[in-house]
Design a protein around this ligand. Structure first.
Ligand code: GLU
Length: 194
């Protein structure tokens, strides 16, 4: 279990999230990543220190004021760029970051594979992006509720979709997640320092 950070507001999201992820470094991690929505979803992620992600963002900046970020402590799948969060569904329209473990992910992944889903990572978390996409019928919050109803285990899960720009849906069970209300802006974080 590691760190999550989210931001909706007037500022550019990526620097705010990067700063929050640095403040969660004390929790330990093996990789880090950020996704921002700005008409469509863009993801940057890198194995190793947050500085690698920071250099990647210098080379390939993310523009937009709604975003989510993650520091990963691998439980399913080795530490790598591909297994780093955020994870998307096959269309790229839904993106998730997840802390915790989805205990029944193998069963869920097998049934999604039978429906034709291809997976790009070895993580338990990627199935959550696929499940939310499958459940989506125009209401992201309802889709997330239905997706997590199928998932067993502990999680803090944060979801964005390019179908509903300006919105982040977050849900937690056992794993920590804090909502910070600012003046015209909202933050999500795994812990108070962020
Ligand atoms: N189980 C997930 C993974 O291995 C999330 C790990 C975490 O909490 O950082 O990718």
């Amino acid at each position: 279990m590691c760190g999550i950070m989210g931001y909706v507001g007037p500022q550019q999201a990526a620097p705010v999230i990067l700063d929050g992820l640095r403040r969660l470094e004390y929790r330990g991690y093996d990789s880090a990543g950020i996704a921002v929505t700005n008409g469509h979803i863009d993801v940057r992620k890198a194995e190793g220190k947050i500085e690698r992600l920071s250099s990647l963002l210098d080379r390939e900046p993310l523009k937009g004021s709604v975003g989510i970020g993650h520091t990963r402590w691998a439980t399913h799948g080795e530490p790598s760029d591909v297994n780093a969060h955020p994870h998307t569904d096959p269309s790229g329209a839904f993106v998730v970051v997840h802390n915790g473990i989805i205990e029944n992910f193998l069963t869920l992944r097998e049934s999604l594979q039978e429906e034709g889903h291809d997976f790009t990572s070895d993580t338990d978390s990627e199935i959550l992006a696929h499940l939310v996409a499958t459940e989506y019928d125009g209401d992201l919050e309802a889709a997330v509720r239905r997706a997590v109803a199928k998932a067993e285990g502990a999680y803090a899960l944060v979801v964005m979709s390019e179908h509903e720009p300006g919105k982040i849906v977050a849900v937690r069970r056992i794993s920590p997640l804090i909502v910070g209300l600012g003046d015209g802006e909202t933050y999500l974080a795994s812990d108070i320092p962020a």
